[in-house]
Each structure stands twice: as structure tokens, then as C-alpha cells.
Design a protein around this ligand. Structure first.
Ligand SMILES: Cc1ncc(COP(=O)(O)O)c(C=O)c1O
Length: 334
């Protein structure tokens, strides 16, 4: 099937803009451009809107009335999925990792405003419990006569990955229209891996000389490169695109996670402050701050050579800044 033949609904405000980061680029000695996917707009914006354009088309086709997904406490994916559910008259159910907090902040506040049913799972039991728990919600919906649709963690599936295949197509058109040469590197955070899988397929199709580097923001039980290569293979198969991805070719930097997923790191926080002060730009403490810290370090240690054209995918996530206000203001005396 061709990319344009895969059912898709319009949710995002696309194409998202490109922004050259001249000041920080000059400091680092590279040509640094941002893909502003924090401006996809719908449901507060972020990378998952692109995946949801495909996943929601499938959910609607199946007559879904209850949309179920999962993520961390401050999951951007969960928030955008809940918003998409509401837009199409479905009930959002979110299975989130973490105990019920005293105050609903950041994405949780937005989930609350969207009227999502939130099922808080004890962090220690989460990975064993998520699939059975989502299934319980799906079974309960079916028993009420309401068709459920379950979106996996992070929307990471071959279908969801189509969002980032389409993003590379969009990018290649934007660069083409502006008469700009393709970037030599695309750098993006890696959570559940669907974004990177889509970028890999998209680059193989539209920008074959561009290298994709993922920056992991969590530890992974199954090595990322295997999981993402398998997802990219499945996506290529869906497209009838004759490419297979070798885990050895999936470049993931794993040195920037810090203590754990969703625990802000000193380097990530420094990157957030540096980008805000030099470019007027907001990153987030869970994904893009750590990924930008990784990019900066890749340049500093020569993994990305001076003068290279680098595109960083700003995947959104700024609502998660607010629950960390105390930590993020500790370094400021004024
Ligand atoms: C802001 C942000 N960046 C990056 C990611 C990671 O994307 P993926 O799960 O596709 O690896 C997410 C996932 O939720 C996100 O919300």
C-alpha cells in the first residue's frame, strides 16, 4: 500500500514549521534546525498527534466508542489520545504508571479536564499489569456494548509509525521548496520507539543519505535497536516498501537517561535552561531536554562532526515542566 492509501484523519496543524537555531548552532559549531512538532497543535500538541492521525482512522473504522491507552504519570501520549477520543465522541480511559497525586498538575491536569477515566497503577506493578489492566477496561466496555480500541504504550506500532514516515515526506518537501540540502543527521528522543521507527522508514524512502540518531530517555528491557528495527520492518511491509532494517544500523545513544525515565537529569535540565536562554525555546524534562543534552554531547565528543546540518525533532512535552517547577528553579537565585 502507498503511504497516501493508508487511511488517515486530519488532526494536526501541518506542516509544522522549521526553525533555525542560529545562536546555539554557532555555539556548537553545527547548522542546527528544529522541526517544531511541539506545534502539531491538537490536544496541546506534540509528536503523538502524527501517530494518532493513523490510529484514530483505524479506531473510527472499527466503530470504537472507548479509547484505552497507557503511559507514565505525565504521559503526553495519553493526554493527546484522550483529546482525540473526545474529538470523535469516544470515552478516554488512561492506565497511568504512578499513584494518584494530591494535586493534578501538567498533563494530568489536562487529562482531568478532558474527563478521562484515569486508572493509576502502582509503579512497581506497572509493567506486569498494563496489558491485563487495559484488557480489563476493554472487556468492561465490550460488556456494556461499547466497542473498545486499545492503543499500545506510546502508540508504538507499525501503523502509528506511519505518522513519522509522513513527517519525513513533509520535511523533504519543506526542504525542497526552500532549496535547502537535506540534513546529514536527524536527532530525536526515543521513548516507546515509534517515532524513530517512522523516521527510519521515512529517511530510507525520502532522504536516504540522512542518518537518524535516537537518544534514549529510558532503559529498555528489550534492546531498543532490536525493537525499533522490528517495528520499522513491519511498517515497511505495510507500505510494500522493499527495505529491511538491521538492528546494528539503528543508532541509539543510551547514555543520557539519567537516573530513570521521567526523572529529570542534571544534563537535561541544563539543556532546558540553555535553550530557553539562548533561543527563547522550551524543551521538557522527560524527553526533549534529555535528547538535546545528548545532541550537545554528541557534537562535543565528535559523534556529530563540526559543520554538519542537524535537524532536531522537537516532540513537545512542555506541560511536564510544571510539575517539576521546584527542581527547575533551584539553580536560580533571582
Ligand atoms: C515529548 C515527547 N518526546 C518524545 C517521545 C518519544 O516518542 P516515542 O514514544 O515515539 O519514542 C514522546 C512520547 O510520548 C513524547 O511525549
Amino acid at each position: 500500500m502507498k503511504l497516501t492509501d493508508i487511511p488517515r484523519i486530519s488532526l494536526g496543524f501541518l506542516p509544522t514549521p522549521l526553525e533555525d537555531l542560529k545562536r546555539i548552532g554557532a555555539e556548537l559549531g553545527i547548522e542546527l534546525t528544529l522541526k517544531r512538532d511541539d506545534f502539531t497543535g491538537f490536544g496541546g500538541g506534540g509528536n503523538k498527534v502524527r501517530k494518532l492521525e493513523y490510529l484514530m482512522a483505524d479506531a473510527l473504522d472499527r466503530g470504537a466508542k472507548v479509547l484505552i491507552t497507557t503511559g507514565g504519570h505525565q504521559s503526553n501520549h495519553a493526554r493527546m489520545t484522550a483529546a482525540a477520543a473526545r474529538k470523535f465522541g469516544m470515552k478516554p480511559v488512561l492506565v497511568l504508571r504512578g499513584n494518584r497525586p494530591d494535586v493534578m498538575q501538567g498533563n494530568l491536569l489536562l487529562d482531568h479536564l478532558l474527563g478521562a477515566e484515569i486508572d493509576f497503577l502502582d509503579p512497581d506493578a506497572y509493567f506486569a499489569e498494563i496489558n491485563p489492566r487495559m484488557q480489563q477496561h476493554a472487556d468492561a466496555a465490550s460488556a456494556r456494548g461499547e466497542t473498545p480500541y486499545v492503543i499500545p504504550l506510546g502508540g508504538a506500532s507499525a501503523l502509528g509509525a506511519m505518522g513519522y514516515v509522513a513527517a519525513v515526506k513533509e520535511l523533504s518537501e519543506q526542504y525542497g521548496e526552500a532549496g535547502r540540502p537535506a540534513p546529514e543527521f536527524i536527532v530525536a528522543p526515543v521513548g516507546s520507539g515509534g517515532t524513530l521507527a517512522g523516521l527510519l522508514i521515512g529517511c530510507a524512502m525520502f532522504w536516504p543519505r540522512t542518518k537518524v540518531i535516537g537518544i534514549a530517555v529510558s532503559a529498555s528491557a528489550v534492546p531498543f535497536s532490536e525493537r525499533i528495527a522490528a517495528m520499522a520492518d513491519a511498517g515497511a511491509e505495510l507500505l510494500g516498501f522493499d527495505a529491511r532494517f538491521d538492528p546494528a544500523d539503528v543508532a541509539i545513544e543510551t547514555g543520557y537517561v539519567g537516573e530513570a525515565y521521567a526523572v529529570p537529569s542534571a544534563e537535561g535540565n541544563a539543556a532546558i535552561g540553555r535553550l530557553a536562554r539562548s533561543e527563547g525555546l522550551f524543551l521538557d524534562p522527560v524527553y526533549t531536554g534529555k535528547a538535546m543534552a545528548g545532541l550537545i554531547d554528541c557534537v562535543e565528543r565528535g559523534r556529530i562532526a563540526p559543520g554538519r546540518r542537524v535537524l532536531f525533532v522537537h516532540c513537545g512535552g512542555s506541560p511536564a515542566l510544571f510539575p517539576h517547577a521546584e527542581l527547575l528553579t533551584r539553580d536560580r537565585a533571582d
